[in-house]
Ligand binder design. Structure first.
Ligand code: IMP
Ligand code: MG
Length: 174
């Protein structure tokens, strides 16, 4: 089955929005250092672009959880594949995700991180599909709310493909 990709959000639109979020975050965290936690692999492209737009000091760490296989439906299974390198106790933690869909991954992850006693814990996601939410997750910064479509690009994949697209596209199958 061949996939077709239609542009939903252009490179320019995504770039402009990330710049705006970066400015907002810089204001909100004035005088502080942000410990950004990127959820691999989807969050990497967004994390890098966002970090460049933040003017307060940042440190970075990475974590990998499993949620999707080569399918477009959530398995509901969340497993830590790679844990953080550093402790987060007392730090101002900002979790950076590519997309909040059912909310299962983030709900689990945030609860686990909260147990490690950070000074603060906020969530920033590039995309949000509110129609698909199964578990409520408090999102502090959102790039774009999008319709219930399967999207790729800017870190998001379909079966590990298309992460490197510089825009967000909707996948259709023909
Ligand atoms: P959730 O646990 O259902 O919120 O799923 C979150 C994870 O599912 C995201 O971090 C993505 O890796 C993946 N995901 C959800 N929707 C999409 C999509 O439209 N395209 C690509 N990956 C997605
Ligand atoms: Mg993800």
């Amino acid at each position: 089955m061949a996939e077709k990709i239609n542009v939903l959000l252009s490179e320019e639109e995504v770039g402009a929005r990330i710049k705006a979020i970066g400015e907002q975050i810089s204001k909100d965290y004035e005088g502080k250092q942000i410990h950004m936690i990127c959820v691999l692999k989807g969050g990497t492209f967004f994390m890098c672009e966002l970090a460049k737009r933040i003017s307060v000091p940042v440190s970075l760490d990475f974590m990998a959880v499993s949620s999707y296989g080569g399918d477009t439906k959530s398995s509901g299974v969340v497993k830590i594949v790679k844990d953080l390198d550093e402790a987060i106790q007392g730090k101002d933690v900002l979790v950076v995700e590519d997309i909040v869909d059912s909310g299962r991954t983030l709900s689990y992850l945030l609860e686990m991180l909260r147990d490690r006693k950070p000074a603060s814990l906020k969530l920033c996601t590039l995309l949000d599909k509110p129609d698909r939410r199964v578990i409520e997750v408090p999102v502090d910064y959102t790039g774009f709310q999008i319709p219930d479509e399967f999207v790729v690009g800017y870190g998001l994949d379909y079966d590990q493909k298309y992460r490197n697209l510089p825009y967000i596209g909707i996948v259709s199958f023909e």
